[in-house]
Design a protein around this ligand. Structure first.
Ligand SMILES: Cc1ncc(COP(=O)(O)O)c(C=O)c1O
Length: 395
């Protein structure tokens, strides 16, 4: 008999995918150049040339049986060392290879980190708006995800609500900065205040509260942003990273867990990830991708287009009259919907103007919509008059 649990989930498709599917259907009718698809967070710039060269060199020069062989369960030693050294150089940390566990993107990192420090019956707190995949990552441990409502004036943390929701069952707090969907980066002041509360609550409850930090957009930070390296501010922390956006290789599936060397029981966490992967069937990302990324560890794609797009779109939308907190990272923007029902608003934008947006309800933050502006700048230029027409329908 098949599992009713997973069968039930199949009926509940993601709204983001629904809008994306609609955009594909429309593209068949009106041509893809006439559909303004802002629904998906797929990077729009190529991987760095050196990444392609590293792949070519590996294929041309490495002994194939070795190159295509199994990765060790905890990842390739030289890759783990390259990641640790890079973090230490850039952020003044003290990681060793033993603190690094290569994963299939941030998704793999989050689900492993979660299982290391969260058990059945626990609570995990996150902050709206948040990436909807957090629900299965947390539910997979038997814990419950609790969501602090957004501070929509800044999209920093709503500390008053957070403190009210803290209780003895909370074993982990999950944050995402720079944030999908708001585009906001948590400031040093925010992170320090969060750390201060967690330290106080650890003392009060007599157990650790881990800070799991989801950082796939760490390299996409705009001019003037205060963007602290989060793990430097709180010892019981686990950083979950991905090369999907920084190197524009989401399909290659590489990320990592980096366990703060100062965390309680730090020495057990990576070996535990190795054990967890036996349950998830994860068994490490492909060897060739680990080796190629190791060779370009301090590089990124040319990410400047995202800031160009943000500047253009933010100015145009706010000039039209949309209300939006200005993003200082990622490639997302999260303006207020022009009617309370953002779902209805986004469907109207799609049906009348082929503007494919995503309602904030998907991120547990109603009354907003997400624009993923990881697209060519020309598409934004062409879409701006449509955003104006959409605005004129309501205001
Ligand atoms: C906030 C956030 N976390 C995690 C992920 C998963 O990243 P990856 O594709 O590297 O698994 C994404 C992907 O878009 C994301 O936006």
């Amino acid at each position: 008999m098949i599992s009713e649990f997973y069968k039930d989930m199949t009926g509940k498709g993601s709204v983001i995918r629904e809008f994306f599917a609609y955009s594909m259907e429309r593209a068949k009718v009106v041509g893809s150049e006439n559909v303004y698809n802002f629904s998906l967070g797929n990077p729009s710039v190529p991987a760095p040339e050196n990444f392609t060269k590293a792949m070519e060199n590996l294929l041309a020069n490495e002994e194939p049986v070795h190159l295509h062989g199994y990765s060790p369960t905890l990842g390739i030693d030289s890759t783990r060392k390259a990641i640790a050294d890079s973090l230490n150089r850039r952020f003044g940390m003290n990681y060793g290879p033993e603190h690094i566990f290569p994963t299939t993107g941030a998704a793999g990192a989050l689900s492993h980190a979660m299982r290391c420090v969260v058990k059945e019956g626990d609570e995990v707190i996150t902050f709206a708006p948040y990436f909807p995949e957090y629900i299965p990552y947390v539910n997979g441990t038997g814990a419950t995800l609790k969501v602090v409502p957004a501070d929509t004036s800044s999209f920093q943390i709503n500390f008053e609500e957070f403190e009210k929701m803290m209780n003895e069952k909370v074993s982990a707090v999950l944050i995402n900065s720079p944030n999908n969907p708001s585009g906001i980066v948590y400031t040093t002041q925010t992170i320090d205040r969060l750390a201060e509360i967690l330290l106080r609550k650890q003392e009060e409850y007599g157990h650790e509260i881990f800070l799991i930090s989801d950082e796939p957009y760490r390299e996409i930070i705009f001019a003037g942003a205060d963007a602290p390296f989060i793990s430097a501010h709180y010892d019981n922390s686990i950083c979950c990273y991905s090369f999907s956006k920084s190197l524009s290789i989401p399909g290659e599936r590489l990320g990592y867990v980096a366990v703060n060397p100062k965390a309680k029981d730090a020495e057990y966490i990576v070996p535990m990830c190795g054990q967890i992967s036996r349950f998830t069937g994860h068994n490490c990302p492909p060897s060739i991708i680990q080796l190629a990324v190791e060779r370009v560890i301090d590089e990124t794609s040319d990410l400047s287009i995202y800031e160009t797009n943000k500047n253009l779109l933010y100015k145009a939308l706010t000039d039209i009259g949309y209300k939006c907190v200005e993003p200082n990272g990622t490639f997302y923007m999260f303006p207020q919907s022009l009617i309370p029902d953002a779902n209805e608003f986004c469907w109207r934008a799609a049906k009348e103007f082929d503007l494919i947006l995503v309602p904030g309800d998907s991120f547990e933050c109603k009354g907003h919509f997400r624009i993923a502006y990881c697209v060519q700048t020309e598409m934004i230029e062409k879409a701006i008059p449509l955003f104006k027409k959409l605005y004129d329908l309501y205001c």
